[in-house]
Design a protein around this ligand. Structure first.
Ligand SMILES: CC(=O)OC[C@H](N)C(=O)O
Length: 305
């Protein structure tokens, strides 16, 4: 009798596949059907979205994220061609994502058409997105004494990666592609440790310095020229439930941070409270109440032991 490298007789059942596969089917069929309303849904591809993000970054900032050898003559051709390929790919991912929405378009044609409208509208927002990102880079340069150049910020700052992904994801979210937007925010989260929900609203000139561990929740509203440091949480304080005990989704439950606010490292700001314009929130503060404009919130006592 032949014995293979796993020490099992060849031809004999090695893994009890029948048994495991049967049990997996029983378990699977108890939770979901491979068909949803009669159709097999294709999940969006995270790998494709990574490529799409590379393309979009290159289109927005060709010399930093595209190609280093572009010339005055070639740059528009590079942008046009990259944009064309990237939008084709994005259209397919948006189409797939729509199948998982609460109200998915009924027919395949309707899906493709809706995905086309969203992708076209998204393309039209790119100049506006770029203008916001330029304001963010400038805010980083102005807000960090350690920053020596714009190129350093573009290539080395996790806050820049996070805000680039967020601004693209937010545009897709607003245009009706929330699932794709959510995957993009998770790609940024895994790259940077910064978790920004695509539905959060963030004004121009936003800067997150260092960034690791920052969390910005779904219904957060951030004004202009706001600066955050690492491990800041803009989170929800409580999760109201309906009569049947199910959590109520989508209610405003995260902070409003007005213009020109700085929140230092480790601050936890919870609930639908307002941090008034021009305020400074000190490191490691636990804040669950609104503060008026120009407040300076810091630890009441410093321990020296
Ligand atoms: C950031 C945060 O509050 O997270 C808690 C929960 N995911 C929510 O959105 O309410």
């Amino acid at each position: 009798m032949a014995i293979d490298s796993y020490g099992a007789a060849s031809g004999a059942a090695r893994w009890d596949l029948d048994e495991v596969v049967n049990q997996l089917r029983v378990s699977r069929e108890a939770t979901h059907n491979i068909r949803h309303q009669g159709r097999v849904r294709e999940l969006p591809s995270r790998a494709q979205l990574v490529q799409i993000l590379e393309g979009l970054a290159a289109v927005l900032f060709p010399t930093h994220y595209g190609r280093p050898n572009l010339t005055d003559e070639s740059i528009d051709y590079f942008v046009g061609d990259t944009l064309n390929t990237t939008l084709d790919r994005l259209h397919e991912q948006v189409r797939r994502g729509l199948q998982f929405g609460a109200v998915a378009p009924e027919t395949e044609e309707a899906q493709a058409q809706a995905a086309l409208s969203i992708t076209r509208a998204f393309a039209a927002t790119l100049p506006q997105v770029r203008a916001l990102l330029v304001s963010d880079v400038q805010a980083a340069y102005a807000g960090d004494p350690a920053a020596t150049s714009i190129a350093e910020i573009m290539l080395c700052y996790p806050g820049m990666v996070a805000i680039l992904h967020y601004r693209l994801a937010h545009s897709l979210h607003r245009l009706g592609a929330p699932f794709i937007a959510r995957i993009i925010s998770d790609i940024a989260h895994s790259r940077t440790g910064i978790d920004i929900h695509p539905a959060a609203q963030i004004g121009a000139s936003f800067f997150i310095d260092h960034g690791t561990g920052v969390v910005i929740g779904e219904t957060t509203v951030i004004g202009e020229r706001v600066r955050l440091y690492q491990h800041v949480t803009l989170g929800a304080k409580r999760f109201p439930a309906d009569a049947s005990g199910q959590l109520i989704k989508g209610t405003p439950r995260h902070p409003i941070v007005e213009d020109d606010v700085v929140v230092y490292a480790g601050a936890t700001v919870l609930g639908r409270i307002t941090i008034g314009a021009g305020s400074t929130i000190g490191g490691n503060i636990w804040l669950t109440q609104s503060v008026p404009p120009n407040s300076n919130v810091s630890q009441a006592h410093m321990r020296s032991d």
